[in-house]
Design a binder for this molecule. Structure first.
Ligand code: S3P
Length: 432
C-alpha cells in the first residue's frame, strides 16, 4: 500500500491481511446514544464513540440545540437536558453529509416548542426527506422543505399526537425518526416494518429506560418517557469491519482477527450470505453490552461460490452491498441481487457508482433499476476510481485494488472520513 499525498491514494495488490485490529465505534449506535443522551436526564458517558465525521455532525447539531457535550479522545460526555430542555438554535443545524443526523434529529425537532432549520452538504441536499416529512406531519409537526421534499428542512415542532405508521420503505432512519418523535407524544406511537431493519434505536431506548414494545414487526414506544443518562459502550462498526472481512476473504494469504465488532443480528446479514458461499468467517468471544451483541471476527482467505442474494436480506446488509459486489467479481459463479433500489439514494447512487468503477477495472457487470449482476472469476485491472464523494465506494474499491493487477488510484480518498478516519493507515498496517 502506497500513501501518496491526499488528492489520491495508490493501492497495490496484497498477498493477504494478517494480525489483529479494531475498527472505530459504530456510527449508527453513536448517533443514537448522542441524541438520546441529549434528551435524557443526568449524565451520559459514551465510550468508543465513533470517530466518523457524520457523528461529529450530530454532536455539533446537538450543541446548537443547547446540549452540553464534551469530548476527550473517544469518550463523549453529555449533560442531558431532559425531554423539555433543548433550546431554540440561533443558527441553522448543519447535518453535513449525514442522512442519519437529518432524519433522526427531525424526529426530536418535531417535538420541540420552537422552529429549527436543518441543512446538509451537496450530497445530502439531494437525498429524499419526504419519508420523514410525511409521518412527522401526521403527528402534528409543520415542516417545509425544498421542492420535491429535499433539504433544507424547516421544522416547527410542538405538541405531537401518536400515530401508527407503516413504513413504506425499509429504513431504520425513518423508523427511528418516528420513534423519537413518539417520545414527545402523549400515548403510544407504533411503527410497522415489512422487513426488519437495524434495531439500535429500540435497544438504546430500552437501555435508557423507555417503554418499548416489540411484537413481530411492530415496534411501540410510550410517549413522555423519562430517559436515564448512563455509561454506554459503543461496539466496533460492523459496516467498517466489512471492508476488512471482504479483503481478508479475497486475498490469498489472509488470517485476520477483528476485535470488538458489533454483531447485532439486524446488521450482520453479510455473514449469513458469506457462510453458505464458503466464506471462512467465524465469530468468537461473544458478549452483550447495553443490549448490543459484540465479539471478535476471524477471517481467512476463502474460495467463494457466489450466487443470488434474497431480497429480504437486503436491509440487513444495505451498507455492505458495494463491497459485496466487488467481492462478487472474485467468486466462482458471480453475484446477483435485486430489491436494493434504496442504494440509488444513498451518499451517491451506489448502484451506478459500483457498476461504473467495476467497468473501469475491466469487470463484467449488469445494472438493474434495483440491483446488480456481477460476473465471477474476473481478473481486475488497476484503474482510476471515482468514489463520487462516497466513503463506502472509496473503501469498496480499495478492496478491489488489493486483488487487481497493477496499481489502483482512489480519487478523493479523504471521503472515507465520513465513516472511517484511519481506514488507509489500518489497512497499510495489516496488509502484506
Ligand atoms: C442507518 C440506516 C441505513 C444505513 C445508514 C445508517 C441508520 O439507512 O444505510 O448508513 O443509522 O439508521 P436507511 O435507514 O435509509 O436504510
Amino acid at each position: 500500500m502506497g500513501l501518496f499525498g491526499s488528492k489520491s491514494k495508490k493501492v497495490a495488490p496484497a498477498k493477504g491481511l494478517k494480525g489483529a485490529m479494531q475498527v472505530p465505534g459504530d456510527k449508527s449506535i453513536s448517533h443514537r446514544y448522542a441524541m438520546l443522551g441529549a434528551i435524557a436526564e443526568g449524565t451520559t458517558e459514551i465510550h468508543v464513540f465513533a470517530t466518523s465525521a457524520d457523528c461529529q455532525s450530530t454532536l455539533a447539531c446537538l450543541k446548537r440545540l443547547g446540549a452540553k457535550i464534551e469530548r476527550s479522545d473517544n469518550v463523549v460526555t453529555i449533560q442531558g437536558a431532559g425531554l423539555a430542555g433543548l433550546k431554540a438554535p440561533s443558527e441553522k443545524l448543519d447535518a453535513g453529509n449525514s442522512g442519519t443526523t437529518m432524519r433522526m434529529l427531525a424526529g426530536i425537532l418535531a417535538g420541540q416548542p420552537f422552529r429549527a432549520v436543518m441543512v446538509g452538504d451537496a450530497s445530502l441536499s439531494r437525498r429524499p426527506m419526504k419519508r420523514v416529512i410525511d409521518p412527522l406531519t401526521q403527528m402534528g409537526a409543520r415542516i417545509r422543505s425544498a421542492e420535491g421534499g429535499l433539504p433544507p428542512l424547516e421544522i416547527e415542532g410542538g405538541a405531537l399526537k401518536p400515530i401508527r405508521y407503516e413504513l413504506p420503505v425499509p429504513s431504520a432512519q425513518v423508523k427511528s425518526c418516528v420513534l423519537l418523535a413518539g417520545l414527545f407524544a402523549e400515548g403510544v406511537t407504533e411503527v410497522v416494518e415489512k422487513v426488519s431493519t437495524r434495531d439500535h434505536t429500540e435497544l438504546a431506548l430500552e437501555q435508557m429506560g423507555a417503554e418499548v414494545g416489540r411484537h413481530q414487526r411492530t415496534i411501540a414506544v410510550q410517549g413522555r418517557a423519562k430517559l436515564k443518562g448512563q455509561k454506554l459502550y459503543v461496539p466496533g462498526d460492523f459496516s467498517s469491519a466489512a471492508f476488512f472481512i471482504a479483503a481478508g476473504l479475497v486475498t490469498p494469504e489472509s488470517n485476520l482477527v477483528l476485535q470488538n465488532v458489533g454483531l447485532n443480528p439486524t446488521r450482520t446479514a453479510l455473514l449469513d450470505v458469506l457462510a453458505p458461499m464458503g466464506g471462512r468467517v467465524r465469530v468468537i468471544n461473544l458478549e452483550v453490552l447495553n443490549g448490543e451483541l459484540l465479539g471478535d471476527v476471524h477471517v481467512e482467505s476463502s474460495r467463494l461460490q457466489g450466487g443470488e442474494i434474497h431480497p429480504d436480506l437486503i436491509p440487513g446488509l444495505i451498507d455492505e452491498l458495494p463491497v459485496l459486489a466487488v467481492l462478487g467479481t472474485q467468486t466462482e459463479r458471480g453475484l446477483t441481487f435485486h430489491g436494493a433500489a434504496e442504494l440509488r439514494v444513498k451518499e451517491s447512487d451506489r448502484l451506478a457508482a459500483v457498476a461504473e468503477n467495476l467497468r473501469r477495472m475491466g469487470a463484467e457487470v449488469e445494472e438493474f433499476p434495483d440491483g446488480l449482476r456481477v460476473s465471477g472469476q474476473q481478473k481486475l485491472r488497476g484503474a482510476e476510481i471515482d468514489p463520487h464523494g462516497d466513503h463506502r465506494i472509496a473503501m469498496a474499491f480499495t478492496v478491489a485494488g488489493l486483488v487487481a493487477q497493477g496499481t489502483t488510484t482512489i480519487r478523493d480518498p479523504a471521503c472515507v472520513d465520513i465513516s472511517y478516519p484511519g481506514f488507509f493507515d489500518t489497512l497499510a498496517r495489516v496488509a502484506e
